[in-house]
Design a protein around this ligand. Structure first.
Ligand code: NAI
Ligand code: PYR
Ligand code: MG
Length: 375
């Protein structure tokens, strides 16, 4: 198969979809690999590193999209990239369709095969291609939150861990999955008082068992959320309903109940956000303020720590990319249900329920497109 790796062009997105080690693996399986010049520089990999691994370097993004049967990238395509995507081209990346109607319609129109990292799912319901970036974003959420709690950045001016004789800050985490767990570990390690809310009792039981004494758990419901936001200094949005729009757990009216300088970090912004007033921001301009409450809503948080994120992401994606390259997408998706669940939009058809529901679009069973697929 002919595989292309473009350079990411989203704001401050420094990750790349394939390391030189991954490139060598792909070449070992007999595939042809084109990498756009400087695609890896943000993550510390030079064109020469990719050439040594057997890839051919192409000077422009147009050439990469033009030649490849499969594009492997990191972030969802942005407007500048829509028209580069060809009919029947397999695009393996994060899409987060439920948060962008425009992207959904663009990919339907391009008739591409869109296999989304974030909905590839294992039998135990875990999301193997989301986990590594959620680990990064969960840990980052606390360092960003601590930073924006500082007074010069319009925060409350409170130190997460407090000091002897002065109580620590209170951190509320909505969603105790991967992001929530990693955030709780970081916040607890710094000495903050942490509350994790989730709707899953088994998950709360597990967290209660493994977390240190300065972490408590609570059932997630509107009553409890309204109660806790009044006393929380830092609130982390970390809920997920896979492939679907995030529910708004913190509504506009609740901001008035918070203290001035409270910081909200809505990590779930890439699925539309679980805080109603969150709108996607960039690393260049990460925050905005409503009702004296600081909102941090960067949709590609791991892009700021590419030396960690690129390695963590490609550790997880490479085995799936190799299956797709070796077998072609139809055979690979027929034989591996995990990959099949990653199919979201295929040749103009929406084949993922959460996406069809988010935008009120007709839904086609994924098995229908797998049966009729000819390319
Ligand atoms: N902004 C960014 O750069 C990044 C964002 N993310 C996003 O972070 C979000 C969370 O991801 P993960 O932690 O991997 O998901 P996960 O599936 O591991 O955890 C989600 C948790 O939310 C819980 N939940 C569902 N409804 C809830 C409710 N009403 N109240 C409280 N909890 C509820 C679930 O029970 C589950 O434990 C996703 O939207 C993901 O895409 C992940 C990585 C980077
Ligand atoms: C998961 C995701 O959206 C990211 O890593 O940017
Ligand atoms: Mg994101």
């Amino acid at each position: 198969m002919i595989i292309g790796v473009p350079k990411e062009i989203k704001n401050n997105e420094n990750r790349v979809a394939l390391t030189p080690a991954g490139a060598a693996e792909i070449r070992k399986h007999g595939h042809t690999l084109y990498v756009q010049t400087n695609a890896g520089v943000g993550s510390g990999f030079s064109d020469e590193d990719y050439r040594t691994a057997g890839a051919t370097i192409l000077p422009t993004i147009e050439e990469v999209y033009g030649i490849a049967e499969m594009i492997i990238k990191v972030k969802e395509p942005i407007a500048q990239e829509y028209n580069l995507i060809k009919e029947n081209q397999l695009v393996f990346t994060y899409f987060h369709f439920a948060s962008s109607e425009e992207l959904t319609h663009a990919m339907i129109a391009r008739k591409a095969v869109c296999l989304a990292y974030e909905t590839v799912e294992k039998a135990d319901r875990s999301l193997p291609l989301l986990v590594p970036m959620s680990e990064v974003a969960g840990r980052m959420a606390i360092q960003e939150g601590a930073h924006y709690l500082e007074k010069p950045l319009k925060g409350r001016g409170i130190l997460l861990g407090g000091v002897p004789g002065v109580p620590p800050a209170r951190v509320l985490i909505l969603g105790g999955g991967i992001v929530g767990t990693q955030a709780a570990k970081m916040a607890a390690g710094l000495g903050a008082h942490v509350t994790i809310m989730d709707v899953s009792l088994p998950r709360l039981r597990y967290l209660d068992d493994i977390m240190p004494a300065n972490v408590d758990t609570m059932m997630s419901n509107e009553y409890n959320i309204r109660d806790r936001i009044k006393v929380s200094d830092l609130i982390i949005g970390a809920v997920l309903i896979p492939g679907a729009k995030a529910p708004h757990l913190v509504t506009r009216d609740m901001l008035k109940m918070m203290r001035p300088g409270t910081v909200l970090v809505d990590v779930a912004v890439d699925q539309g956000g679980c805080i109603e007033t969150c709108k996607p921001t960039t690393h260049e301009n990460p925050t905005f303020i409503i009702d004296d409450v600081v909102h941090y809503c960067v949709a590609n948080m791991p892009g700021a720590v590419p030396y960690t994120s690129t390695l963590a992401l490609t550790n997880a994606t490479l085995p799936y990319a190799i299956q797709l390259a070796n077998k072609g997408w139809q055979k690979a998706c027929r034989e591996n249900i995990e990959l099949q669940l990653g199919l979201n939009v295929v040749k103009g058809e929406v084949v993922y329920k959460g996406v069809s529901e988010a935008w009120n679009l007709p839904y086609t069973e994924v098995t229908d497109v797998l049966q009729t697929a000819t390319v």
